[in-house]
Ligand binder design. Structure first.
Ligand code: PHE
Length: 337
């Protein structure tokens, strides 16, 4: 039996079989253990001799077991180390590096500029109520200017916001009665427009709002001028043209000196030397009053601009749809800039 046990142990190659071997030859049900238990039946003379023999056998088997275990463990360790070896001469796997989308870049640049002037950044819902998108902005149900922005209605009262201007009202209600308010709100807006080179049914706006005592039109112009210089360079100038929005009075459309021809006239500015970048104006007294800021004490200005327009100007993109198609040939160009 002893020889058979050692012979079998010799063949064992892994930890699992080693465990089985131990159970078979050294375990509770092994022959060795059974014999030890039966020793009591032997007479007093043979018992110590037999006991000694069993002990020697047990020790020999345990010794053989221990050295076998050590050699198996060493072998398994070596196998593991070999399997985990990293071949540092293998070429690496190529991974594409992501790029910040041009619209996001423009939004971040603009946020940085206004943060530097002490503005907060806020965020508002894209599904808006008729009340915030229109009524509270001095656009009652029958107002003809509602046609300026063809609307995606969800229900009679719910719609996809057509501009970020509802956030003027939401911000004033939230800040009330705190002043000053200085906030910009980037976000997506929706209009029932046919998509073409210059129109998209979904696009981005950045709203701006300042409310305090004694805010004047010259403050609006100063902020926009500082903004234009920060975004397009120190030589930039802005021009305000009279315009109409129901929620501002007076209202203006704001032009930049054309960034391509520096005002000399080119295709981009249709030879006018100027490019329109945003709508703006002094917050209409009715809008202030409805939002809880007494228009006999407070005044403010607001503006709304289109990051798509600015991205197209900045990066020479001629078709707005290119900003939404996610063509890698366009997006890759922004990976390293
Ligand atoms: N909400 C206007 C638009 O979408 C832009 C605007 C914002 C005009 C704020 C004046 C003041 O066209």
């Amino acid at each position: 039996l002893h020889a058979k046990a050692l012979q079998e142990l010799d063949d064992v190659q892994d930890t699992k079989r080693l465990g089985e071997w131990r159970v078979a030859y050294l375990g509770k049900k092994s022959e060795l253990t059974t014999l030890s238990k039966q020793m009591g039946q032997l007479d007093a003379q043979t018992r110590p001799l037999f006991g000694q023999l069993l002990n020697e056998r047990r020790q020999a088997l345990e010794g053989a077991f221990t050295s076998k275990r050590e050699s198996i463990e060493a072998a398994e360790q070596n196998a593991r180390l070999a399997a985990e070896t990293i071949d540092i001469t293998l070429p690496g796997r190529h991974r594409d590096v992501g790029a910040v989308h041009p619209i996001s870049r423009v939004i971040r640049d603009i946020e940085d500029i206004f943060l530097g002037m002490g503005f907060m950044i806020a965020d508002g819902p894209e599904v808006e109520t008729d009340r915030y998108n229109f009524e509270m902005l001095n656009l009652p149900k029958d107002h003809p200017a509602r046609d300026m922005q063809d609307t995606f209605y969800i229900t009679e009262e719910l719609l996809m916001r057509t501009h970020t201007s509802p956030m003027q009202v939401r911000t004033m209600e939230q800040m009330h009665p705190h002043a000053p308010i200085k906030v910009i709100v980037p976000g997506r807006v929706y209009r029932r427009d046919e998509d073409d080179a210059t129109h998209s049914h979904a696009f981005t706006q950045i709203e701006g709002l300042v409310v305090d005592k004694g805010i004047r039109m010259s403050d609006l112009k100063g902020v926009l001028e500082a903004f234009a210089k920060a975004l397009f360079g120190e030589h930039q100038r802005v021009r305000l043209r009279p315009s109409y929005f129901p929620f501002t009075e007076p209202s203006a459309e704001v032009d930049l000196v054309c960034v391509h021809c520096q005002g000399h006239g080119c295709r981009v500015c249709k030879d006018t030397g100027w490019i329109e970048i945003l709508g703006a104006g002094m917050v209409h007294p009715r809008v202030l009053d409805m939002a809880g800021y007494d228009s006999s004490i407070y005044s403010g200005f607001a503006f709304g601009m289109g990051p798509e327009r600015i991205a197209m100007l900045k990066y020479g993109i001629t078709d707005i749809r290119q900003l939404y198609q996610n063509d890698l040939r366009l997006l890759r160009q922004f990976a390293k800039v």
